[in-house]
Write a protein that binds this ligand. Structure first.
Ligand code: ZN
Length: 247
């Protein structure tokens, strides 16, 4: 029996327009991520969706069945329909987990859920990145060493325009000296959100064993618990006509 419905969403633009990216991810970043999650969690139902599909592959019916959604976007944030952003936000408030990867920090859905600009500093110069686990007891860090490195990554640096994370799982150092809060957790409504910075498309980041472990851990962590039925449409919960305690 499948125990969790997971959808990996990818804008799937670079892989179809850039030979270097296509060589790293011949079937797209979404396929690599889905295979990695499935490897760690054979009992999950893991599927994919992309921007070019009708309604970006995220119909209401499908989202209603989705328990954890992963989001990779970069060059086409503006092409994501607001109606889809609305329904993803509503599902997060109800309890769907959301894992936002790399340049998804600037996606409509992440900025909507954070309520801040979500900008950061960046530089593309093939720099080494070291990710430090700053919360070793956190389930997303399970099975990792104290730190691990990526030989080449795009630099993302502070200040990162996010609300202060509720839990900080990773902090990254880059060869140029910058640092970033690279693994951050929040709740919105009943839904859990994890932002994880690594994943620039011209480096084989999602083939890295530690990165795959983090993402697989994050999917398990973000699984829904309970549901807020009023999160979608009802701005106010209707209560009994007599206020409690006024007898
Ligand atoms: Zn990038």
């Amino acid at each position: 029996m499948k125990t969790l419905n997971v959808v990996v969403w990818n804008e799937y633009v670079h892989e179809t327009t850039n030979e270097k990216v296509a060589a790293i991810y011949p079937q797209g970043i979404h396929r690599t991520l889905a295979d990695a999650i499935q490897k760690f969690h054979p009992d999950y139902a893991v599927s994919t969706a992309t921007l070019a599909e009708p309604e970006h592959g995220l119909t209401q019916e499908r989202l209603d069945q989705t328990e954890v959604l992963l989001w990779w976007g970069h060059g086409a944030h503006d092409k994501v329909a607001d109606a889809v952003v609305d329904r993803v936000q509503a599902r997060v408030l109800q309890g769907m987990g959301l894992i936002v990867l790399h340049s998804g920090h600037y996606s409509k859905i992440f900025r909507r859920l954070m309520g801040t600009g979500c900008g950061l500093q960046w530089r593309e110069a093939n720099e080494k990145e070291r990710l430090w686990v700053c919360n070793p007891g956190h389930p997303i860090a399970a099975g990792l060493d104290a730190s691990f490195t990526l030989p080449e990554e795009e630099m993302y640096g502070e200040p990162f325009g996010i609300p202060t994370p509720e839990e900080q799982v990773f902090v990254s150092w880059f060869e140029g000296g910058e640092v970033l809060r690279s693994g951050c957790c929040w709740h919105r409504g009943n839904g859990k959100i994890f932002y994880f910075q690594p994943g620039h498309e011209t480096y084989p980041i999602y083939h890295d064993a530690n990165i795959q472990r983090v993402i697989a851990n994050a999917v398990a962590w973000a699984a829904p618990q309970g549901r807020w039925p009023g999160a979608l449409n009802a701005p106010h919960a209707k209560v009994a006509p007599e206020p409690l305690g006024r007898k």
